[in-house]
Design a protein around this ligand. Structure first.
Ligand code: FES
Length: 144
């Protein structure tokens, strides 16, 4: 093997050895696990308490037929609240604003209370809520 062949081989080996990292970096954008299948009582695990406390919210886009956003209940932080985060105005995803105890839409500023009711338009319909609870380290939400 001459120098040129050796350098070519090293280049191929380098690219090949970096592929797992590249693939891992790409897939880390979507590390969210799907919600588990519904249990007999209808609840689905959508994330962990550790993730909820680390990020302040859990957004699971693979829940039932839509998405679910779970936050700590501002009135009782041992409880959790779950909503469908799709804004009823034009479909952007709302986010939880802890300092305002409300869900706020980034697109046109609609604001929803923790129970999903509209606080400020332009949205004029509440965002749907779900029954949610914590069991051990799991955050569970019941569809429907
Ligand atoms: S899409 Fe949410 S306020 Fe318009």
């Amino acid at each position: 093997m001459d120098r040129r062949e050796f350098m070519s081989w090293v280049g191929v080996a380098g690219v090949a050895s970096s592929l797992p990292g590249v693939i891992s970096a790409c897939s880390s954008q979507n590390t969210q696990p799907p919600a588990s299948p519904p249990r007999a009582d209808g609840f689905q695990a959508v994330g962990t308490v550790a993730d909820l406390d680390k990020n302040g919210q859990i957004l699971n886009e693979k829940f039932a037929t839509s998405k679910v956003l779970v936050v700590r209940d501002p009135n009782n932080t041992s409880q959790v609240l779950a909503v469908n985060p799709v804004c009823t105005h034009a479909g952007c995803d709302v986010g939880w604003k802890k300092d305002e105890n409300s869900f706020v839409c980034p697109c046109h500023g609609s604001k929803f209370a923790a129970d999903g009711k509209v606080l400020n338009g332009p949205a004029d319909k509440p965002i749907p809520t779900y029954t949610a609870k914590v069991e051990g380290n799991e955050v569970l939400v019941k569809a429907g």
